[in-house]
Design a protein around this ligand. Structure first.
Ligand code: 6GU
Length: 225
């Protein structure tokens, strides 16, 4: 899979893309992530990419021309499945949406400022708008990282244990059971003895019960209740 991220503040993407599992997936050739600095596509002599909104009001809006230039360059090079704009007024991201996006070959992610991008860029180029939740961030970069991370961890070969993504909370519509590791006794607080029993059928049954109970208490909406 290939992900192209268009950003006016590409430095915000550096550290997440250069650490941990995202980086390892890129090094293994399982995903290509290309960051495009919007400023390199500015069409005026001051290299500006944003301006005040017509009609007045606070904040700056990303201009349509630089976005048009970079999107047109990319779509001339290969076929894209989606051009996604990250915005708080988009479709709210959930695991089902991530699962669908993880099947694509090429996607473009456009990061906006907090005040957004010119509506004409949305009308002309964007095929899908996604929000990562009902709260407001300063820009779309962090949202693009959240979305990329959620997608990339589903790609075959990215996670060591092939089954671990499938057993996630939200894939099963249940939250995870409590997990424990060494030591079995921490300052008198014991690990549930069933987990030390070696009886895998009983352990699986205990985890199912715990997962169901936790979901019932914390997220009854996930059970349709
Ligand atoms: Cl995608 N962008 C911004 N600026 N804020 C958000 C968001 C995106 N999703 C939730 N809040």
């Amino acid at each position: 899979m290939r992900i192209d991220i268009i950003s006016g503040v590409p430095a915000q993407l550096d550290s997440p893309l250069n650490t941990s599992i995202l980086k390892r997936a890129m090094d293994k050739g399982l995903v290509e992530i290309h960051v495009h600095d919007l400023r390199n596509y500015s069409t005026d002599k001051h290299r500006s990419i944003d301006d005040a909104p017509y009609g007045g009001g606070a904040g700056m809006v990303l201009m349509v021309a630089p976005i048009a230039a970079v999107v047109r360059k990319l779509v001339a090079e290969r076929e894209y499945d989606e051009v996604i704009y990250l915005t708080p007024d988009g479709q709210v991201l959930d695991q089902k949406l991530v699962n669908g996006l993880s099947l694509y070959k090429n996607i473009i992610l456009i990061c906006g400022h907090y005040k957004g991008i010119d509506q004409r860029a949305r009308d002309l180029f964007v095929t899908r708008e996604i929000s990562i939740g009902d709260y407001v961030l300063t820009g779309g970069e962090i949202a693009a990282i959240v979305l990329s991370d959620a997608i990339v961890r589903l790609l075959p070969g990215v996670l060591g244990d092939e089954t671990s993504a499938l057993s996630d909370s939200f894939q099963s519509n249940l939250l995870d059971a409590p997990m424990y590791t060494r030591p079995s006794n921490f300052e008198g607080h014991e690990v549930p003895s069933i987990l030390l029993s070696g009886n895998h059928a009983h352990i699986e049954q205990w985890r199912d019960e715990q997962a169901y109970h936790k979901t019932q208490v914390r997220r009854p909406d996930m059970l349709g209740e």
